[in-house]
Design a protein around this ligand. Structure first.
Ligand SMILES: Nc1nc2c(ncn2[C@@H]2O[C@H](COP(=O)(O)OP(=O)(O)OP(=O)(O)O)[C@@H](O)[C@H]2O)c(=O)[nH]1
Ligand SMILES: [Mg+2]
Length: 467
């Protein structure tokens, strides 16, 4: 099949210090020689020609319009000769001053000279199709670009380094070794068939495949939080200080605070970085009985926030005893994901008026003053503890599956379990082999072996153009 040469602006749109245009494919160098005039005469076309370009070296010169010879911009140009490049094809990268108009003009010239505009993720897709990276590494490229915090970035980098591939290949090897013995049992049933062997093989499937896979699937939830953020809802009746707390956590006056109950009428969402963990925090309209149509909609939204949240800060006014509204809210939020925040402790006189109901006895409590910034650090650490119930070194090992990996792993776990059971029940080896083959193929999908074209399409469509 004829391979086309693709090109795109690889840097974000908008004004920047420099902009990069990336070209990949067999025509890359020819296109460059049409548009680029190196400053050093030795490399000028004619003398140097296409063949004399050194790979992996930056060359300084000018981009000119081949139609009239007009200079468009100064440029630093790099040529990466196949297969030592991101896509394993010839790649040319043109660095110019970063204005969007200049970049578009140069891209137009590149397209006029024989390249076509790259689709989103097409460079990475070529890297995958040409065998330079596996599919889990291609996905890591997206995660890397989109990572919101240092912890998320570390996870993506480890995956990009091939950590997931090494692990999956190890599991596949163990499966294949069991399969070889099972096939021997199919071919020579009398010689190999024994109860002891069946138990051995079943144990190997359990210890070398099923248990390690289950452990990885358990880490999925954590990986989701690092990728997408921990969703934290701030809930409570009107005027207890939810918005004040939100502003304190964000360290800016993001939401309006007044002494009038019902100040916040809509859910307000913001992102923050809490010790490397991305947290999406949502301030909500106070929950209470109301006939006001706007307030009713606001409270409906609050209920949606409660349903979607990974964690809830239930804020109460610690300077007064609980009210009817507090009890109603207690009943609406799940205790297992709740942190009780007793606010306004600066106003408290004498004894603690708060008696926590039995159903909330195990729930962590932090007493703060949002107004006077008291105990906010304790609160932040407690939230981080809720969000990151996992040691940091596991994050660095990067073996945290995404949703697609998780589905494939679950499928492999089910198939392996079936084969284990078949072995223990002395079922025919032909039957045992089916489960193992299915597990092998499920795990292969994580790396992009035997994957359907439309699934590939979905994965690469998440990319931006130029990557
Ligand atoms: N003394 C004291 N006052 C506070 C504290 N936190 C908030 N307040 C005051 O309580 C009032 C209500 O604060 P908000 O943050 O608007 O409360 P809210 O829960 O968002 O209220 P709604 O949006 O109406 O539901 C304001 O006057 C705040 O200054 C605190 O820790 N101590
Ligand atoms: Mg408010």
């Amino acid at each position: 099949m004829e391979v086309s040469t693709i090109a795109a602006i690889a840097t974000p749109s908008g004004l920047g210090g420099i902009g990069i245009i990336r070209i990949s494919g067999p025509e890359a160098l020819k296109i460059l020689s049409l548009l680029f005039r190196p400053r050093r005469s030795r490399l000028r076309s004619g003398e140097g020609g296409v063949g004399s370009w050194e790979s992996h070296r930056l060359v300084y010169g000018e981009i000119t319009d081949p139609r009239d010879g007009a200079t468009i911009d100064e440029a630093l140009v790099a040529f990466m000769k196949a297969p030592k490049s991101y896509t394993r094809e010839d790649i040319v990268e043109i660095q110019v001053h970063g204005g969007p108009v200049g970049l578009r003009t140069i891209l137009d010239l590149v397209l006029r000279s024989g390249a076509r505009l790259a689709e989103p993720g097409e460079f990475t897709r070529r890297a995958f199709l040409n065998g330079r990276i596996d599919l889990s590494q291609a996905e890591a490229v997206i995660d890397l670009i989109q990572s919101r915090t240092t912890a998320g970035l570390k996870m993506a980098t480890a995956q990009l380094g091939g950590e997931m591939r090494r692990c999956i290949e190890g599991l596949r090897k163990a499966l294949r070794e069991v399969l070889v013995e099972i096939e021997a049992g199919i071919d020579f049933p009398e010689e190999v068939h024994s109860e002891q062997l069946e138990i051995d093989l079943s144990n190997r499937l359990r210890d070398q495949v099923r248990i390690p896979l289950s452990e990885m699937v358990e880490r999925f939830e954590h990986g989701r939080i690092l990728r997408e953020g921990f969703r934290l809802g701030v809930i409570g009746r009107p005027n207890v200080g939810k918005s004040s707390l939100m502003n304190r956590l964000l360290d800016e006056e993001r939401v309006i605070v007044t002494e009038i109950p019902g100040t916040t009428r809509d859910a307000v969402e913001e992102q923050m970085d809490l010790y490397g963990i991305p947290v999406i925090i949502t301030d909500t309209a106070g929950l209470q009985n109301s006939f006001d149509p706007v307030e009713k909609i606001g409270m409906q939204k609050t209920r949606e926030v409660i349903a979607r949240a990974d964690g809830i800060l239930f804020v109460v006014d610690g300077s007064q005893p609980p009210t009817e509204s507090d009890w109603v809210i207690f009943e609406q939020i799940p205790p297992e994901k709740t942190l009780l925040v007793v606010n306004k402790i600066d106003k408290r006189t004498g004894r603690d008026p708060w008696q926590i109901p039995d159903s909330f006895k195990g729930v962590p409590v932090v007493e703060i003053s949002a107004l006077y910034n008291r105990q906010l650090d304790t609160l932040k650490r407690t939230i981080a503890g809720m969000a990151a119930a996992m040691p940091a070194d596991e994050i660095e090992h990067g073996l945290i599956p995404n949703l697609r990996h998780q589905a494939a792993m679950k499928n492999a776990i089910d198939a392996t379990t079936r084969s284990e059971d078949d072995l223990r029940q002395g079922q025919p080896m032909e039957l045992v082999a089916i489960g193992i083959e299915e597990a092998l193929s499920s795990l292969g999908k994580i790396l992009g072996i035997e994957i359907r074209e439309d699934l590939l399409e979905d994965i690469f469509n998440r990319f931006c153009i130029g990557k």
